[in-house]
Design a protein around this ligand. Sequence first.
Ligand code: GTQ
Ligand code: FE2
Length: 376
Amino acid sequence: MTEHAVDPRDKLLGRSNVSATPALQAFYAELGRHNADAFWNRANAIEPWEPVTRYAPTLWKYQTMRSLCMQAIDLVRPEDAGRRVVALLNDSQAGRDNTAVVGWLFSGLQAMKPGEITPAHRHTASAHRFIMEGAGAYTVVDGHRISLGRNDYVLTPNGCWHDHGVSPDGQICVWQDGLDIPLMNALETNFYAVYDQPAQTAAYPENDLPLTFGGGMVPSSAPAWGKPYSPTMVYRWERTRAALQDFASVSVPDPFDGHIMRYANPLTGGWAMQTMGAQMQMLPAGFRGRAHRHTGNVVYNVAEGQGYSIICGQRFDWQEHDIFCVPAWQWHEHVNLEPDREAFLFSFNDFPVMEALGVMRSETLVENDSHQDGCA
Ligand code: GTQ
Ligand code: FE2
């Protein structure tokens, strides 16, 4: 919707319909001299009939992004860069201003070679990561060292010290980072600190948290966790995949998303962190999803398989580890092109924020409606 689009609904009682007169023009000028304006001059623009996104649906092909990551590896050291990350930008003015991939989300591809570390630091922004390739990667979060394998999902909640690395006998690793940096900056609450050592010393046995809390059980002797995020910290691909397969064996696919499950905090059943959520969905072989739209923003990473998504009437073909985004309130539908193989889509979102604020809404496509409706 452009700013000057004339919507017939704006003629209704309850919308702004004031015609300018010389006296009003003089009044507007007077208001302007006092840091004020007539609300009715901007009401229809700032109270749209439905959400207006500043972001465009966008696809990043992994083949392309991977080679850009390899160039970054040759050109800059993580010690100098802080973090060697290729940021994913949305082709919109807002995206360039606030470095959002979409909505309240930042995303980038972090590349590391064996023996490298990302120096330890912490920030108010929460982070989570989806491992795309490599071997020997690990992260240390508040003293808990966690090994990272392909398609694992790992948390770095707000305020936790963290550093990452790839062991010297590993392979080049690439993972996708997701952070709520745009939200923290919009809320003007973003703090940052560096650790007094290049890296943390692990204070616990390796993988202690996933090994303690990752099996759907809680030790009877353990003190209360007491933190507002999942104690599991990492969700292994094998278990995630098996969970989807098991769920699918006893349920019918959702018409929009196939079989979809969230990475849950096992203590609460809710999202794993407070500001960002993540899900894995399995599209059955040959699945053709119906269109829906909802508030909240989503970034997808293709964990397995190939297919396409129609977002706002535009088709985006995807294969393994391609990344794409669906901006708030945009129609989208997913198709698995493989006739005899499931597709798995990892995604992360800002739904926890929308839910906490009571503004999560969704709509399904009514037959004969245009997919273009409501598109930016
Ligand atoms: O690995 O800690 O992509 O702090 C952006 C900010 C990664 C990280 C990013 C970060 C990190
Ligand atoms: Fe960080």
